[in-house]
Design a protein around this ligand. Structure first.
Ligand SMILES: Cc1cc2nc3c(=O)[nH]c(=O)nc-3n(C[C@H](O)[C@H](O)[C@H](O)COP(=O)(O)O)c2cc1C
Length: 340
């Protein structure tokens, strides 16, 4: 093979350099499920089944969304590094694959940057009263339309009763509670504290709350206290995402093709980075869509028509305290996201 022929393949190898930054992508429970598989003439993007959630992601929608957020982050980082790649979706559940990155002739430009990817973070704390400007909401709607989806803007007051019901369902399920505890890193002494999962600081828990969570979610205590009002207590403590006056954005898609959920995940990254650049923060809440008792009402609230269904639900707004004062959720070393 001549030098010229090998160049595109060599440029694919440079994806190893950006894999670590791209892993800053938002992902459910911070399990970082993605895997880059280097083949002779392309790079496959897939997932490791041990990082797929169980009861907390019953339809594996969050898994596919999280793989999409990663693909989009990779493409943004590749564009800035001048690596010419194109994305070829090819979802295959048996091959645990969502698609391939192939060498392209020219690098693609992106309006979003590596700094955006690195800076973005989730916000689970309290919100200011300040409202998200209409222009930011218009832009989100436009970006969604360009990607073949729709964004519905729902007032928090209308969304809140659904969120409360969904939390009740969420905390009432022993499997979901156990999985949340398994991915919670409630003290810096946890062996995986600097690698993955949900840490006490970014869950916005005080030391006492972290301690209480560890205690309440331990299976024997959970079983004993569940009939005595534990679920109601946890629901009250956790429904902050729709408190106050503000808005929730809901991404709606059509049909049931799992590959579309990967594309919706790519859209999540675009929307989130655009909002983040304007100082607007995001708190996704998956269980409103997972809960069989709320998803239909949410669809109605969004005016869903013609086979549309909600895929992502997130509060947007301005944090009441400085999010940058909190250490970010960690990521595993980039080598751990790469196979071969
Ligand atoms: C598909 C998806 C679903 C998510 N669902 C929730 C959720 O239900 N509740 C929540 O607090 N955060 C949720 N998140 C945010 C993740 O927990 C967060 O991205 C992850 O912990 C990494 O933190 P970072 O975004 O600050 O890097 C979700 C993120 C994604 C991409």
């Amino acid at each position: 093979m001549t030098d010229t022929e090998s160049t595109p393949v060599r440029s694919m190898d440079r994806l190893r350099e950006i894999a670590g930054v791209a892993a800053r992508a938002a992902n459910a429970h911070n399990t970082q499920p993605w895997e880059l598989r280097f083949r002779s003439d392309h790079v496959e993007v897939g997932w490791r089944t041990q990082y797929a959630l169980g009861p907390s992601d019953p339809a594996h929608r969050d898994l596919r969304l999280s793989l999409g957020t990663y693909v989009e982050s990779l493409l943004i980082c590749a564009a800035e590094a001048g690596i010419p790649v194109r994305w070829e979706p090819d979802f295959d559940v048996d091959a645990t694959r969502v698609g391939r990155l192939r060498p392209d002739e020219w690098p693609t430009a992106s309006p979003r940057s590596v700094a955006d990817v690195e800076g973005r973070r989730v916000w689970r704390g309290a919100w200011k009263r300040e409202q998200v400007p209409a222009e930011a909401l218009h832009r989100a709607r436009r970006t969604a339309e360009e990607a073949g989806f729709r964004v519905a803007v729902v007032p928090t007051q209308a969304a809140r009763p659904l969120l409360v019901r969904a939390y009740h369902w969420f905390f009432g399920d022993a499997g979901i509670a156990a999985e949340l505890l398994a991915w919670a890193r409630l003290s810096p002494r946890h062996p995986e504290y600097r690698r993955d999962g949900l840490n006490d600081v970014m869950l916005v828990l005080s030391r006492a709350e972290a301690l209480a969570m560890r205690m309440f979610f331990a299976p024997p205590v959970y079983r004993a206290l569940r009939p005595l009002g534990l679920v109601r207590l946890l629901t009250t403590l956790s429904s902050g995402a729709t408190r106050g006056e503000g808005v929730v954005l809901v991404i709606l898609g059509k049909g049931n093709d799992p590959a579309d959920e990967v594309e919706a995940g790519r859209l999540v990254t675009r929307l989130w980075l655009d909002l983040f650049r304007d100082g607007i923060h995001v708190h996704p809440q998956s269980h409103v869509i997972d809960c069989p008792g709320t998803v239909g009402d949410l669809a109605r609230l969004c005016g869903a028509t013609d086979g549309e269904r909600p895929l992502v639900f997130f509060r947007v707004g301005y944090p009441a305290t400085d999010p940058a004062a909190r250490p970010r959720h960690p990521r595993r070393e980039s080598a751990e996201h790469i196979s071969a």
